[in-house]
Design a binder for this molecule. Structure first.
Ligand code: ATP
Length: 239
């Protein structure tokens, strides 16, 4: 059996009086793409952000490669092989494309930077053409490529993607999911993918979880969830 990289045990999270996660159990094994789907406000981003202590889980435990990281400070987590591509991308708008990529590599060995940049340009040729352009002037799709490239510069063992297809044109959506599959198949990268685009996400994922009002209500392989009546009715109609 493959090694477990990430495990949530009965995790709860609150924002003041709002009970956003209600006892979540979730596992990500080495080499898997795991997706978390759910409606707006279900708690998907919260689940991902509890990894970085934003918010800190109010009960339960989060283990990363066997270590309890429930209360580990954010700056330490980022050095342990976790990289997040946040919802809305959050690139550094005033910096150039190159500077953004360099920021992504600030915790990794500088000896690897040139090779890592080349690998990223191979995946996203547009970034190489726009190296000196201010990141804030890139199109939405290009900014998403940059956000993924920036995360890859840290050589993550676990890549976390929060709604990478949100707001993108169909062509870019296709490209994002192709890259996710490629990173997993070619580089063996382990990926946790939060998505509202259930159809694409379940197609690319080995396993998935459905989150509803802060609780996991369904889990299974990507194929099983795609075929599930419940998932079809709630998340796939019209997609
Ligand atoms: P979306 O797909 O719309 O991004 P989501 O599934 O990622 O939604 P979360 O953003 O995790 O959902 O939100 C879960 C719940 O917590 C929602 O009710 C939301 O309003 C609430 N919430 C999220 N962030 C905060 C915050 N900073 N302060 C207060 N409430 C919050």
């Amino acid at each position: 059996m493959s090694q477990t990289i990430l495990q949530y045990h009965g995790v709860h999270a609150h924002y003041g009086a709002i009970h956003a996660l209600r006892g979540v159990d979730l596992t990500v094994n080495q080499g898997e793409i795991v997706t978390l789907i759910g409606a707006n406000g279900a708690g998907k981003s919260t689940l991902m952000m509890t990894l970085f202590g934003k918010p800190v889980a109010s009960a339960g435990k989060i283990e990363y490669r066997g270590d309890d990281i429930t209360r580990t400070p954010t700056h330490k987590i980022s050095r342990q092989g976790l990289a997040l591509v946040p919802e809305g991308r959050r690139i550094f708008a005033r910096m150039t494309v190159l500077e953004n990529l360099q920021m992504g590599g600030c915790f990794s060995d500088p000896q690897h930077h040139a090779a890592d940049l080349q690998r990223i340009f191979g995946m996203f040729p547009i970034l190489e053409q726009r190296l000196q352009q201010r990141a804030g002037t890139l199109s939405g799709g290009e900014q998403q490529m940059l956000a993924i490239g920036r995360a890859l510069m840290s050589r993550p063992q676990l890549l976390l993607l929060d709604e990478p297809s949100l707001g993108l044109a169909p062509l870019y959506i296709k490209q994002v999911f192709r890259i996710i599959r490629e990173l997993n198949e070619r580089d063996g990268m382990t990926i946790l993918l939060v998505e509202q685009n259930a159809h694409h996400a379940l197609n690319v994922a080995h396993r998935g979880y459905v989150l509803q009002h802060g609780e996991i209500v369904l889990t299974g392989s990507g194929e099983e969830l795609l075929a599930s009546e419940e998932v079809r009715a709630a998340y796939l109609e019209g997609s």
